[in-house]
Design a protein around this ligand. Structure first.
Ligand SMILES: [Zn+2]
Ligand SMILES: [Zn+2]
Length: 227
């Protein structure tokens, strides 16, 4: 697996490959798309799917380049389509020139199986940071998988911001508590920004998830404008 993050958003993009078949998925290609595609090339990986955790501008600026290079389907949750379709305007809000992105090919569906080589991706709808946020659980086919690509839902020691259109703080907390925590403490969490963590670490120590009912709950912070 490879992850890359570049300025200005330092948003993590990922290539996850099957060691046996060399099939792979590309997750959240942003401004670092060229280095992710180069990594796949060097490793002889064939990327089968472009998977988006959500449609904020920092997570999708590389989709057009990836689609041109790969010609494989792009996946998104339908509830984030309004964000995806306004990505040029969202970029302009941050003073960035962003190219318009190609159409979504496939909307995530409940119980959908996305496979690459001997691996399967389970899609969990985790709204709150945005309406169509999902977490992608990856593991060997036939297992539930212990690698979680969570987008901006959960970070090491923080949670996603909830002050952008369609976001909701209580919905985000519920997604983390009711959808992510039951996946198990051993799951490794790969967030959209910053370093990896685990469900167990965040369940025990994340200040946002310790303070239910406390009026002094910490506020979400952003490394970047759309974190
Ligand atoms: Zn982000
Ligand atoms: Zn985001």
């Amino acid at each position: 697996m490879e992850s890359q993050a570049v300025a200005p958003f330092y948003k993590n993009g990922f290539v996850v490959g099957c060691e046996a078949t060399k099939e792979a998925v590309l997750i959240d290609p942003g401004d670092e798309v060229a280095s992710l595609l180069a990594f796949a090339d060097r490793g002889g990986l064939t990327i089968r799917h472009i998977l988006l955790t959500h449609a904020h501008v920092d997570h999708v600026t590389g989709v057009a380049a990836a689609k041109r290079a790969l010609g494989v389907p792009i996946y998104l949750h339908q509830d984030d389509l309004f964000l995806y379709e306004h990505v040029v305007e969202m970029g302009a809000m941050f003073g960035l020139t962003v190219e318009s992105q190609p159409p979504i090919d496939i909307f995530y569906a409940p119980a959908q199986q996305i496979t690459f080589g001997t691996y399967a991706v389970r899609v969990h709808h985790t709204p709150g940071h945005c309406p169509g946020g999902v977490c992608l659980q990856i593991g060997k086919t036939g297992t539930s998988g212990t690698d979680l690509f969570v987008g901006d839902t959960l970070f090491a020691g923080a949670i996603g911001r909830t002050d952008l259109p369609g976001a909701d703080y209580d919905t985000l907390i519920a997604s983390i508590r009711d959808v992510l925590f039951p996946l198990g403490d051993a799951c490794v969490v790969y967030p959209g920004h910053g370093s990896n963590t685990t469900i167990g670490e965040e369940r025990r120590n994340n200040p946002f998830l310790q303070s239910q009912g406390c009026s002094l709950a910490p506020r979400a912070e952003g490394l970047c404008a759309t974190r």
